[in-house]
Design a protein around this ligand. Structure first.
Ligand code: ADP
Ligand code: ZN
Length: 216
């Protein structure tokens, strides 16, 4: 499958993507994971992205498109991909359209994960992320805690609250989402690719996407 996952921070894009990759060998491509990995590794990309990310601002489109241009041409994308956290702006969506047509690829759909704002705030303040850049597993202190407090079930590294998940940074990220990213819903609707789903329950999102893919 070749899918874009749209939705506010905390809507569950990463969680849904991880489940879907296990179904058909598609890869999850998360620009947030790639950027956090680059920040921790201290690469040139990481140094450029760091301050934007800490503030809850978007990283400039040019940097993101450089990442995606090379990422989408890696061999593991042949089995399909789930774009998680990209595109985030209309210019990124337009650049993606050109890039995919250059590569001879077509999207199946853009899934919009819809979750009420209160639930989003709740999820983000209780979210914890594995600090190992190669893992970045997501937990929630209320709904899906680690087996041992503060330790990742998958890799044994420390599980922490992300630096951009303080209350101030979260509300800024939500504003940025409303202003810059939510217009993508209308964009993909016009493109005839939009599939809105109620994303309150992750398993139901996965099932709805599978059903839709079968109908195609
Ligand atoms: P979430 O979806 O929970 O907000 P992500 O892990 O997708 O978190 O992104 C974390 C941060 O990385 C964003 O706040 C932003 O600074 C940066 N980022 C990730 N993807 C993009 C993108 N496509 N365009 C610009 N900035 C991005
Ligand atoms: Zn881990």
């Amino acid at each position: 499958m070749k899918i874009i996952l749209l939705g506010a921070p905390g809507a569950g894009k990463g969680t849904v993507a991880k489940v879907l990759t296990e179904l058909d060998g598609s890869v999850q491509i998360s620009t947030g994971d790639i950027l956090r990995g680059a920040v921790q590794a201290g690469t040139a990309l990481g140094q450029k992205a760091d301050a934007f990310m800490k503030a809850g601002d978007l990283v400039p489109d040019e940097l993101i498109m450089d990442i995606m241009k090379s990422r989408l041409q890696e061999p593991d994308c042949k089995n399909g991909f789930l774009l998680d956290g990209f595109p985030r702006t209309i210019p990124q969506a337009e650049a993606l359209k050109t890039l995919l047509s250059d590569l001879g690829l077509a999207l199946d759909m853009a899934v919009s994960l819809e979750v009420p704002r209160e639930e989003i705030l709740n999820r983000l303040t209780t979210r914890r992320t594995c600090e190992n850049p190669a893992c970045q597993a997501i937990y929630n202190v209320r709904s899906s805690p680690t087996k041992i407090k503060g330790i990742c079930d998958k890799c044994g590294s420390k599980v922490v609250q992300r630096e951009d998940e303080t209350e101030a940074a979260i509300s800024h990220r939500l504003e940025t989402y409303n202003e810059k990213t939510s217009p993508l819903i209308g964009y993909y609707e016009k493109e005839g690719l939009l599939m809105p789903v109620d994303a309150t329950v992750t398993d139901e999102v996965v099932k709805a996407i599978q059903d839709r893919l079968k109908d195609r």
